[in-house]
Design a protein around this ligand. Structure first.
Ligand SMILES: Cc1ncc(COP(=O)(O)O)c(C=O)c1O
Length: 437
């Protein structure tokens, strides 16, 4: 069997289309994406070698239909999906429209189980511990609202956690009288023991749960989740992990974190369709966690109770399968290495100027593809506006009370030429300042 035929079989497109009763007609774009597979698989180099191979990443970039008149350096917010992921989603959506009550509920919903198994297998947990949601916010709020708390009970997080998640606990403060405590952690934080100690020192006899980011969205900082979870377990405090930016970004498994609750978006670094998220709940914690929307008592110990959200498209979740296939073809370690390579490519050049500092560590294990850069003497919002208006380079301004800077998040399709243009545009501002207006 040829590589191409083997890959087509692995992706399962002809079989899927045939069983759905539609002829299989891959579009040109989908065919191009499928052609990538042999090239991706056969590369002999280590992840570090592959990270530097522009031909390889040039092939990878063909899977995306991004607009090259613009430079997208905000892939962290939400990512474009490869064309064959988009195609799959549209195909599922069209099929579901033939007779939705039958096609969607009888044919498509059961297929979600295959995706569940594949996702669980990829990240080293049991399929019965994986629920699909619409985004990380939903996964996190299931955990944040699903744990019973009494007035005066404390929840602990940092000042750098995601605003919606902080607001979720603030609403519980107003509604139920719980108490939110927030600790400050250093920026960047490069001392694992110190971070764990800061969390531990804030635990009191009333602490009922900790919310901690695996990767902080503001800076790309990776926190030592495994160590935080182990410490908190000694105090009998569960940890809700906010992995919105982490899963499929850097290389790890859920198994190795050994946590109770893990929430992530799939439309960020897995490149799955917009509106896809995942919730992991350790098997023995499922029964004790309330779903956001009510489910039958018989479902108490079933992970699927978290998916009881009423009528919603099946297409998005099914197309997670194609995104996972793409992720597997790239290989987690190679993707991780490439994102670090791209970050270092722009950051090390800009850091040659003494007015440039990073709010992100460049040390291995403390960040990956995202970094936050501060340019002394230039207001962050003005710099972001200038880069967009003048150079059509899209970045994210971060204005936090503890630091500010531009968040830069390239992706696997970003070219070195695009990063050169970004660096040159910032260097020009450093030299000449921002032109008025
Ligand atoms: C740290 C963090 N948590 C949660 C979220 C929420 O993700 P979503 O909007 O996909 O629900 C985000 C989104 O950027 C995030 O950065």
């Amino acid at each position: 069997m040829t590589d191409r035929r083997r890959f087509l079989r692995a992706v399962g497109l002809p079989a899927l289309a045939a069983s759905a009763g539609v002829p299989f007609q891959p579009s040109l774009l989908a065919a191009r994406a499928l052609d990538l597979a042999p090239t991706l698989r056969s590369h002999p180099g280590s992840p570090a070698d592959v990270a530097r191979d522009e031909d390889f990443w040039g092939e990878v970039a063909q899977a995306f239909t991004v607009d090259r008149t613009l430079v997208n350096l905000n892939n962290g917010g939400v990512s474009p999906a490869p064309s064959f992921v988009q195609e799959a989603m549209k195909r599922h959506l069209d099929f579901s429209n033939e007779l939705p009550a039958y096609t969607m509920w009888q044919i498509q919903e059961p297929r979600r189980e295959g995706v569940r198994r594949r996702m669980a297998r990829e990240w080293g947990v049991d399929a019965e511990e994986i629920a699909f949601t619409r985004n990380a916010s939903e996964s996190l709020q299931i955990c944040q609202f699903g744990i019973d708390l009494e007035p005066g009970d404390e929840v602990l997080t940092t000042t750098q956690d995601y605003p919606r998640m902080i607001n979720t606990f603030r609403q519980r403060e107003r509604r139920e009288g719980i108490v939110l405590r927030q600790i400050r952690i250093p920026t960047p934080a490069e001392d694992v023991d110190e971070v764990v100690r800061l969390f531990e020192e804030a635990i009191t006899p009333r602490t009922r749960v900790i919310l901690a980011c695996h990767m902080i969205n503001l800076t790309g900082q990776i926190l030592p989740i495994r160590e935080i979870v182990a410490m908190a377990r000694r105090h009998n405090v569960p940890v809700i992990v906010d992995g919105a930016h982490a899963l499929a970004h850097f290389d790890f498994t859920l198994a190795e974190l050994d946590c109770d609750y893990y929430s992530t978006s799939l439309h960020k670094w897995l490149f799955a369709p917009i509106g896809t998220g995942l919730l992991y709940v350790r098997r023995d914690k499922i029964e004790g966690l309330w779903p956001l929307m009510a489910a039958a008592e018989t479902q108490d110990a079933d992970i699927r109770k978290f998916e009881e959200v009423g009528t919603h498209p099946a297409a998005n979740t099914l197309a997670v399968a194609e995104a996972l296939t793409f992720h597997q073809a790239l290989q987690a370690a190679r993707k991780d290495a490439r994102l670090v390579y791209l970050r270092n490519y722009w950051a090390e050049r800009l850091l040659q100027n003494p007015r440039v500092t990073l709010n992100t560590s460049l040390r291995p294990g403390f960040a990956c593809g995202i970094a936050n850069v501060h340019v002394e003497g230039v207001a962050t919002n003005d710099l972001q506006g200038h880069l967009w208006r003048t150079h059509k380079i899209y970045t994210t301004p971060i204005n936090h009370e503890e630091f500010n800077g531009l968040r830069i998040s390239p992706s696997v399709y970003t070219t070195l030429e695009e990063l050169d243009r970004f660096v040159e545009a910032v260097e020009e501002v450093l030299e000449k300042g921002l032109s008025p207006g």
